[in-house]
Design a protein around this ligand. Sequence first.
Ligand code: G3I
Length: 300
Amino acid sequence: CSLDAAFKAHGKKYIGVAADQGTLSNAVNAQIIKDNFGQVTPENSMKWDATEAVEGQFTLAGADALVKFAEDNTKLVRGHTTVWHSQLPTWVSSITDKTKLQEVMVAHIKKLVGTYTGKNVYAWDVVNEIFQEDGSFRSSVFYNVLGEDFVALAFSTARAANPAAKLYINDYNLDSPSYAKTKAMAANVKKWVAAGVPIDGIGSQSHLGGSWPIADFPAALKSLCDVVSECAITELDIKGAAAADYKTAVMACVDVENCVGVTVWGVGDADSWRKSENPLLFDGKYMAKDAYNELCSALA
Ligand code: G3I
Protein backbone atom coordinates (compact mmCIF):
# COMPACT_ATOMS: atom_id res chain seq x y z
CA CYS A 1 0.00 0.00 0.00
CA SER A 2 0.99 3.64 0.25
CA LEU A 3 0.83 4.28 3.98
CA ASP A 4 0.47 7.99 3.34
CA ALA A 5 -2.44 7.61 0.92
CA ALA A 6 -4.18 5.12 3.22
CA PHE A 7 -3.78 7.48 6.17
CA LYS A 8 -4.94 10.56 4.23
CA ALA A 9 -8.15 8.70 3.36
CA HIS A 10 -8.98 9.16 7.05
CA GLY A 11 -8.85 12.93 6.70
CA LYS A 12 -5.26 13.24 7.97
CA LYS A 13 -2.43 15.34 6.51
CA TYR A 14 0.47 12.89 6.31
CA ILE A 15 2.34 9.83 7.45
CA GLY A 16 5.99 10.81 7.34
CA VAL A 17 9.45 9.57 8.23
CA ALA A 18 12.79 10.84 9.48
CA ALA A 19 15.48 11.13 6.82
CA ASP A 20 18.65 12.99 5.89
CA GLN A 21 21.29 12.97 3.15
CA GLY A 22 22.81 9.69 4.33
CA THR A 23 19.63 7.66 4.18
CA LEU A 24 18.28 9.53 1.14
CA SER A 25 21.36 8.60 -0.86
CA ASN A 26 20.38 4.96 -0.41
CA ALA A 27 18.15 4.32 -3.45
CA VAL A 28 16.11 1.55 -1.83
CA ASN A 29 15.43 3.66 1.22
CA ALA A 30 14.58 6.71 -0.89
CA GLN A 31 12.14 4.71 -3.01
CA ILE A 32 10.31 3.48 0.09
CA ILE A 33 9.95 7.09 1.20
CA LYS A 34 8.65 8.16 -2.21
CA ASP A 35 6.09 5.34 -2.24
CA ASN A 36 4.90 5.35 1.36
CA PHE A 37 5.42 8.63 3.11
CA GLY A 38 4.07 12.14 2.58
CA GLN A 39 6.34 14.04 4.92
CA VAL A 40 9.98 14.06 5.99
CA THR A 41 11.67 15.26 9.18
CA PRO A 42 15.43 15.91 9.13
CA GLU A 43 16.81 13.42 11.65
CA ASN A 44 19.85 15.58 12.45
CA SER A 45 20.58 18.16 9.73
CA MET A 46 18.55 21.06 11.17
CA LYS A 47 19.85 20.76 14.72
CA TRP A 48 21.96 23.58 16.19
CA ASP A 49 25.27 21.70 16.02
CA ALA A 50 24.68 20.95 12.34
CA THR A 51 23.46 24.41 11.35
CA GLU A 52 25.39 26.93 13.46
CA ALA A 53 28.43 25.25 14.98
CA VAL A 54 30.19 28.62 14.93
CA GLU A 55 28.31 31.76 15.93
CA GLY A 56 26.78 33.50 12.94
CA GLN A 57 28.10 30.97 10.42
CA PHE A 58 25.26 28.88 9.07
CA THR A 59 25.92 25.56 7.36
CA LEU A 60 22.68 24.49 5.74
CA ALA A 61 23.79 22.05 3.05
CA GLY A 62 22.30 19.03 4.82
CA ALA A 63 19.09 20.86 5.61
CA ASP A 64 18.88 22.18 2.04
CA ALA A 65 19.28 18.64 0.67
CA LEU A 66 16.42 17.35 2.81
CA VAL A 67 14.13 20.22 1.80
CA LYS A 68 15.06 19.75 -1.87
CA PHE A 69 14.22 16.04 -1.72
CA ALA A 70 10.87 16.97 -0.20
CA GLU A 71 10.15 19.59 -2.86
CA ASP A 72 11.22 17.32 -5.73
CA ASN A 73 8.92 14.59 -4.45
CA THR A 74 6.01 16.71 -3.19
CA LYS A 75 6.51 15.81 0.46
CA LEU A 76 5.90 18.08 3.44
CA VAL A 77 8.71 18.93 5.87
CA ARG A 78 8.58 19.14 9.65
CA GLY A 79 11.46 21.38 10.69
CA HIS A 80 13.32 19.85 13.66
CA THR A 81 14.40 21.62 15.85
CA THR A 82 15.36 25.18 16.76
CA VAL A 83 15.73 25.22 20.57
CA TRP A 84 16.99 22.01 22.19
CA HIS A 85 19.45 21.38 25.04
CA SER A 86 21.08 18.51 23.13
CA GLN A 87 23.29 18.64 20.03
CA LEU A 88 23.88 22.22 21.14
CA PRO A 89 27.35 23.73 20.55
CA THR A 90 29.26 24.72 23.69
CA TRP A 91 29.52 28.32 22.46
CA VAL A 92 25.77 28.46 23.12
CA SER A 93 25.53 26.34 26.25
CA SER A 94 28.27 28.38 27.92
CA ILE A 95 26.50 31.75 27.54
CA THR A 96 25.64 33.30 30.91
CA ASP A 97 24.47 36.76 29.84
CA LYS A 98 20.72 37.05 29.42
CA THR A 99 20.70 39.64 26.62
CA LYS A 100 23.39 37.77 24.72
CA LEU A 101 21.51 34.48 24.91
CA GLN A 102 18.27 36.14 23.79
CA GLU A 103 20.07 37.65 20.80
CA VAL A 104 21.71 34.36 19.89
CA MET A 105 18.49 32.38 20.17
CA VAL A 106 16.51 34.92 18.14
CA ALA A 107 19.19 35.09 15.42
CA HIS A 108 19.32 31.29 15.19
CA ILE A 109 15.55 30.90 14.87
CA LYS A 110 15.25 33.79 12.39
CA LYS A 111 17.88 32.37 10.09
CA LEU A 112 16.94 28.68 10.31
CA VAL A 113 13.17 29.10 10.13
CA GLY A 114 13.33 32.07 7.75
CA THR A 115 15.53 30.25 5.22
CA TYR A 116 12.74 27.78 4.45
CA THR A 117 9.78 30.16 4.56
CA GLY A 118 7.81 29.81 1.33
CA LYS A 119 8.97 26.21 0.90
CA ASN A 120 6.91 23.16 1.78
CA VAL A 121 7.54 23.36 5.52
CA TYR A 122 4.37 22.27 7.26
CA ALA A 123 5.57 22.67 10.85
CA TRP A 124 8.51 23.49 13.09
CA ASP A 125 9.46 21.86 16.38
CA VAL A 126 10.30 25.20 17.97
CA VAL A 127 11.21 23.90 21.40
CA ASN A 128 12.14 20.30 22.08
CA GLU A 129 12.30 18.27 25.31
CA ILE A 130 12.02 21.13 27.81
CA PHE A 131 10.45 19.10 30.62
CA GLN A 132 11.98 16.71 33.12
CA GLU A 133 10.29 13.44 33.99
CA ASP A 134 8.65 14.95 37.09
CA GLY A 135 7.09 17.70 34.99
CA SER A 136 9.37 20.51 36.10
CA PHE A 137 11.47 22.43 33.59
CA ARG A 138 14.64 20.76 32.40
CA SER A 139 17.85 22.43 33.39
CA SER A 140 19.26 23.87 30.15
CA VAL A 141 21.10 27.03 29.24
CA PHE A 142 17.82 28.43 27.92
CA TYR A 143 15.85 27.78 31.11
CA ASN A 144 18.69 28.54 33.49
CA VAL A 145 19.57 31.90 31.96
CA LEU A 146 16.21 33.10 30.63
CA GLY A 147 13.65 31.32 32.81
CA GLU A 148 10.52 29.95 31.17
CA ASP A 149 10.14 33.18 29.13
CA PHE A 150 12.47 31.59 26.57
CA VAL A 151 9.46 29.60 25.38
CA ALA A 152 7.39 32.68 24.49
CA LEU A 153 10.39 34.36 22.85
CA ALA A 154 11.19 31.28 20.77
CA PHE A 155 7.62 30.90 19.52
CA SER A 156 7.05 34.58 18.72
CA THR A 157 10.36 34.68 16.82
CA ALA A 158 9.44 31.57 14.83
CA ARG A 159 5.98 32.95 14.04
CA ALA A 160 7.51 36.15 12.66
CA ALA A 161 10.05 34.17 10.62
CA ASN A 162 7.42 31.88 9.05
CA PRO A 163 3.82 32.94 9.63
CA ALA A 164 2.52 29.98 7.60
CA ALA A 165 4.18 27.16 9.53
CA LYS A 166 2.49 25.38 12.42
CA LEU A 167 4.61 25.85 15.52
CA TYR A 168 5.09 22.87 17.82
CA ILE A 169 6.39 22.02 21.24
CA ASN A 170 7.74 18.47 21.15
CA ASP A 171 8.70 15.93 23.84
CA TYR A 172 9.05 12.23 24.71
CA ASN A 173 7.60 10.00 27.45
CA LEU A 174 4.17 11.55 27.04
CA ASP A 175 2.75 8.06 26.72
CA SER A 176 0.47 7.70 29.74
CA PRO A 177 -2.28 10.18 30.67
CA SER A 178 -1.53 10.07 34.38
CA TYR A 179 2.23 10.57 34.05
CA ALA A 180 3.59 13.81 35.55
CA LYS A 181 5.36 14.85 32.35
CA THR A 182 2.23 14.37 30.21
CA LYS A 183 0.20 16.46 32.63
CA ALA A 184 2.88 19.16 32.81
CA MET A 185 2.97 19.44 29.01
CA ALA A 186 -0.80 19.82 28.80
CA ALA A 187 -1.05 22.29 31.70
CA ASN A 188 1.81 24.49 30.52
CA VAL A 189 0.66 24.60 26.91
CA LYS A 190 -2.83 25.54 28.05
CA LYS A 191 -1.34 28.33 30.14
CA TRP A 192 0.93 29.60 27.35
CA VAL A 193 -1.77 29.52 24.69
CA ALA A 194 -4.11 31.46 27.01
CA ALA A 195 -1.32 34.01 27.48
CA GLY A 196 -1.03 34.46 23.70
CA VAL A 197 2.10 32.43 23.01
CA PRO A 198 1.76 31.30 19.36
CA ILE A 199 1.86 27.53 19.94
CA ASP A 200 -0.15 25.61 17.33
CA GLY A 201 0.65 22.07 18.25
CA ILE A 202 2.00 19.49 20.66
CA GLY A 203 4.25 16.79 19.28
CA SER A 204 4.37 13.48 21.09
CA GLN A 205 7.61 11.82 20.01
CA SER A 206 6.28 8.35 20.89
CA HIS A 207 9.43 6.29 21.28
CA LEU A 208 7.36 3.39 22.60
CA GLY A 209 7.81 -0.02 24.16
CA GLY A 210 9.40 1.26 27.35
CA SER A 211 7.82 2.17 30.64
CA TRP A 212 4.10 2.40 29.88
CA PRO A 213 1.52 -0.10 28.64
CA ILE A 214 0.51 0.66 25.05
CA ALA A 215 -3.08 0.66 26.28
CA ASP A 216 -2.37 4.03 27.91
CA PHE A 217 -1.23 5.66 24.67
CA PRO A 218 -4.55 6.71 23.07
CA ALA A 219 -5.77 8.49 26.20
CA ALA A 220 -2.39 10.16 26.66
CA LEU A 221 -2.43 11.48 23.09
CA LYS A 222 -5.99 12.72 23.51
CA SER A 223 -5.14 14.56 26.72
CA LEU A 224 -2.44 16.50 24.85
CA CYS A 225 -4.51 17.17 21.72
CA ASP A 226 -7.36 18.50 23.89
CA VAL A 227 -5.43 21.60 24.99
CA VAL A 228 -4.18 22.90 21.63
CA SER A 229 -5.29 23.48 18.02
CA GLU A 230 -3.55 20.40 16.67
CA CYS A 231 -1.20 17.61 17.58
CA ALA A 232 0.98 14.97 15.95
CA ILE A 233 2.98 11.83 16.64
CA THR A 234 6.42 13.05 15.66
CA GLU A 235 9.07 10.32 16.15
CA LEU A 236 7.26 6.98 16.33
CA ASP A 237 9.26 3.80 16.88
CA ILE A 238 8.37 0.80 19.03
CA LYS A 239 10.71 -1.70 20.67
CA GLY A 240 10.28 -4.96 18.73
CA ALA A 241 7.89 -3.28 16.26
CA ALA A 242 4.90 -5.25 17.53
CA ALA A 243 2.24 -4.92 14.82
CA ALA A 244 -0.59 -4.56 17.33
CA ASP A 245 1.20 -1.72 19.08
CA TYR A 246 1.91 0.13 15.82
CA LYS A 247 -1.79 -0.18 15.02
CA THR A 248 -2.78 1.17 18.43
CA ALA A 249 -0.47 4.16 18.06
CA VAL A 250 -1.44 5.08 14.49
CA MET A 251 -5.15 4.51 15.07
CA ALA A 252 -4.92 6.71 18.17
CA CYS A 253 -4.07 9.59 15.82
CA VAL A 254 -6.83 8.58 13.38
CA ASP A 255 -9.32 8.65 16.26
CA VAL A 256 -8.41 12.11 17.56
CA GLU A 257 -9.86 14.69 15.23
CA ASN A 258 -7.11 17.30 15.53
CA CYS A 259 -4.21 14.83 15.30
CA VAL A 260 -2.85 15.76 11.88
CA GLY A 261 -0.10 13.26 11.22
CA VAL A 262 2.30 10.55 12.26
CA THR A 263 6.05 10.56 11.62
CA VAL A 264 8.02 7.33 12.01
CA TRP A 265 11.63 7.80 13.20
CA GLY A 266 13.36 6.14 10.26
CA VAL A 267 12.62 3.63 7.49
CA GLY A 268 14.81 0.58 8.18
CA ASP A 269 16.08 -0.89 11.44
CA ALA A 270 19.73 -0.66 10.39
CA ASP A 271 19.48 3.14 10.36
CA SER A 272 17.59 3.50 13.65
CA TRP A 273 19.02 5.28 16.70
CA ARG A 274 17.75 2.25 18.69
CA LYS A 275 18.67 -0.37 16.10
CA SER A 276 19.26 -3.13 18.66
CA GLU A 277 15.52 -3.01 19.36
CA ASN A 278 14.42 -3.41 15.72
CA PRO A 279 11.78 -0.72 16.20
CA LEU A 280 10.86 0.31 12.64
CA LEU A 281 8.43 -0.82 9.93
CA PHE A 282 11.16 -2.18 7.63
CA ASP A 283 13.96 -4.54 8.62
CA GLY A 284 17.70 -4.13 8.19
CA LYS A 285 17.35 -5.08 4.51
CA TYR A 286 14.43 -2.69 3.95
CA MET A 287 11.91 -5.55 3.77
CA ALA A 288 8.45 -4.63 5.06
CA LYS A 289 7.63 -6.21 8.41
CA ASP A 290 4.29 -7.46 9.78
CA ALA A 291 3.79 -4.09 11.43
CA TYR A 292 3.84 -2.42 8.00
CA ASN A 293 1.47 -4.93 6.43
CA GLU A 294 -0.97 -4.78 9.31
CA LEU A 295 -0.96 -0.99 9.25
CA CYS A 296 -1.90 -1.12 5.57
CA SER A 297 -4.81 -3.45 6.40
CA ALA A 298 -5.92 -1.42 9.40
CA LEU A 299 -5.95 1.81 7.38
CA ALA A 300 -7.57 0.31 4.26
O1 G3I B 1 27.94 13.76 12.71
C1 G3I B 1 28.78 12.97 13.54
C2 G3I B 1 29.92 12.41 12.77
O2 G3I B 1 30.72 13.46 12.29
C3 G3I B 1 30.72 11.46 13.67
O3 G3I B 1 31.72 10.85 12.94
C4 G3I B 1 29.80 10.39 14.25
C5 G3I B 1 30.54 9.48 15.21
O4 G3I B 1 29.69 9.03 16.23
O5 G3I B 1 28.77 11.01 14.95
C6 G3I B 1 27.96 11.85 14.12
O6 G3I B 1 26.96 12.43 14.92
C7 G3I B 1 25.90 11.57 15.30
C8 G3I B 1 24.60 12.15 14.79
O7 G3I B 1 23.52 11.41 15.26
C9 G3I B 1 24.55 12.20 13.26
O8 G3I B 1 24.62 10.92 12.74
C10 G3I B 1 25.88 11.49 16.81
O9 G3I B 1 27.01 10.82 17.28
C11 G3I B 1 24.64 10.79 17.28
O10 G3I B 1 24.56 10.93 18.69
C12 G3I B 1 23.43 11.42 16.66
O11 G3I B 1 22.28 10.70 17.12
C13 G3I B 1 21.04 11.31 16.89
C14 G3I B 1 20.42 11.73 18.21
O12 G3I B 1 19.13 12.27 17.98
C15 G3I B 1 21.26 12.74 18.94
O13 G3I B 1 20.69 13.10 20.13
C16 G3I B 1 20.14 10.33 16.19
O14 G3I B 1 20.66 10.07 14.89
C17 G3I B 1 18.72 10.86 16.09
O15 G3I B 1 17.85 9.85 15.65
C18 G3I B 1 18.25 11.32 17.46
O16 G3I B 1 16.96 11.87 17.31
C19 G3I B 1 16.36 12.34 18.52
C20 G3I B 1 15.47 13.51 18.15
O17 G3I B 1 16.18 14.49 17.46
C21 G3I B 1 14.80 14.10 19.38
N1 G3I B 1 14.10 13.09 20.13
C22 G3I B 1 14.87 11.90 20.48
C23 G3I B 1 15.51 11.29 19.23
C24 G3I B 1 16.24 10.02 19.57
O18 G3I B 1 17.34 10.27 20.40
